[in-house]
Design a binder for this molecule. Structure first.
Ligand code: PLP
Length: 378
């Protein structure tokens, strides 16, 4: 048996595409251009094409992508933004950082994504935007969310950090890329995302020319590349590194293949783990999930996690504490019991290793170990 199965293994992937990556990095070094430039522009064009949108703007991180989207949409003090309490902190943090108020709406128990029925209940005169998160790589109910947004005149910013390449089938039957449906879609290229760089990086996609132009200014101190020392609006430094763009251009070519592989692994986990009655496996419909995480609900989760650890299998809990109970959001005055499905999820979820390079025999060992645990712990 393998002695250790890591939760993620980025070296394995690098070794498979080492030649192309090394050549791409060398090209940047030889050219001596490290911020912006052709590599970034080309990557932006390629991502826009991949997502089926008009504009893509590279930025420093997924967090900045969310921050700059809200800033471009002029979300400010006194505004309310509705989002899910069951996500990574960044989603809600950026709302507070703009002086606006995060308003949480509970999740759907089956998908872990924000429940559109809960969103409507939270809308007030101050509500300006909704941030659905495509959690673990599975698309949120975008049709319903867009209908609500239209009815109440709200912006929709898709947190697509975990779902690059996932698609959503819309009411008209067409499959649309996650991130391309709302006013803005925000990506993260943090190394562990499905399209991960070798450092931080992020991107915003949109079909709105005005928003795109504004974000281009915001990410670069409010100045255009043509007239660097004329600052038109108040901005920040949030540019995408040239080296990261070069690496990501290589990886983008593999993304669909890698996402298919993740789905294959998820299919096999589902088929085997469905037989274990103490476990609830994720439900998904073909291309609507790209499995940044394969997350089960498990009875006696802590016991299972500890048992797997002893077997050399690393697992993670995303997320152990719902955001409305985080110390940093104490000022919002939420309390235990406010979002029962999110709180329940935080006590039951366990994410298993899933990456395109995970070997079949490693996966078999993980499955066997889980079955063994529940045989011993009835
Ligand atoms: C990773 C992630 C982010 C933040 O991206 P960074 O690039 O790490 O800043 C935001 N939202 C979600 C849901 C994420 O998973």
């Amino acid at each position: 048996m393998p002695n250790k199965i890591e939760f993620a293994n980025l070296k394995k992937q690098y070794n498979l595409i080492k030649k192309e990556i090394d050549a791409a990095i060398k090209k940047v070094l030889d050219r001596g251009e490290f911020v912006g430039g052709k590599e970034v522009e080309d990557f932006e064009k390629e991502m826009a094409m991949f997502c089926g949108v008009k504009y893509a703007i590279g930025v420093n991180s997924g967090t900045d992508a969310l921050f700059l989207s809200l800033k471009a949409l002029e979300i400010k003090t006194g505004d309310e933004v509705i989002t899910t309490p069951f996500t990574f902190i960044a989603t809600a943090e950026i709302i507070s950082n703009l002086g606006a108020k995060p308003v949480f709406a509970d999740i759907d128990e089956k998908t872990f994504n924000i429940d559109s029925k809960e969103i409507e209940k939270k809308i007030t005169k101050k509500t300006k935007a909704i941030i659905p998160v495509h959690l673990f790589g599975q698309t949120a109910e975008m049709d319903k969310i867009m209908t609500i947004a239209k009815k109440h005149n709200l912006y929709v910013i898709e947190d697509t950090a975990q779902a690059v390449g996932a698609k959503r089938q819309m009411i008209n039957g067409k499959w649309q890329m996650a991130g391309s449906i709302g006013n803005c879609g925000c990506f993260s290229f943090f190394p562990l995302k499905n399209l991960g760089g070798y450092g931080d990086g992020g991107m915003i996609i949109t079909n709105d020319k005005k928003i795109a132009e504004k974000i281009r200014l915001l990410r670069n101190h409010g100045s255009s590349s043509k007239d660097k020392y004329r600052n038109l609006i108040l901005g920040i430094n949030s540019r995408l590194d040239t080296l990261q763009a070069a690496v990501l251009r290589v990886k983008l070519k593999y993304l669909n293949r890698w996402n298919n592989k993740r789905r294959e692994i998820a299919d096999y986990y589902n088929k085997e783990l469905k037989k274990v009655k103490e476990i609830i496996v994720p439900e998904f419909r073909s291309k609507n999930h790209v499995f940044n995480q394969y997350t089960i609900r498990a009875k006696n989760r802590e016991g299972l996690k500890g048992y797997l650890e002893k077997k050399g299998i690393e697992t993670k809990i995303y997320y152990p504490l719902a955001l409305h109970l985080q110390p940093t959001f104490k000022y919002l005055k939420y309390k235990k019991g406010d979002f029962p499905f999110s709180e329940k999820a935080s006590k039951e979820v366990l994410s298993l290793p899933i990456y395109p390079e995970l070997a079949k025999k490693e996966q078999d060992f993980i499955i066997k170990s889980i079955k063994d645990f529940y045989k011993k712990n009835k």
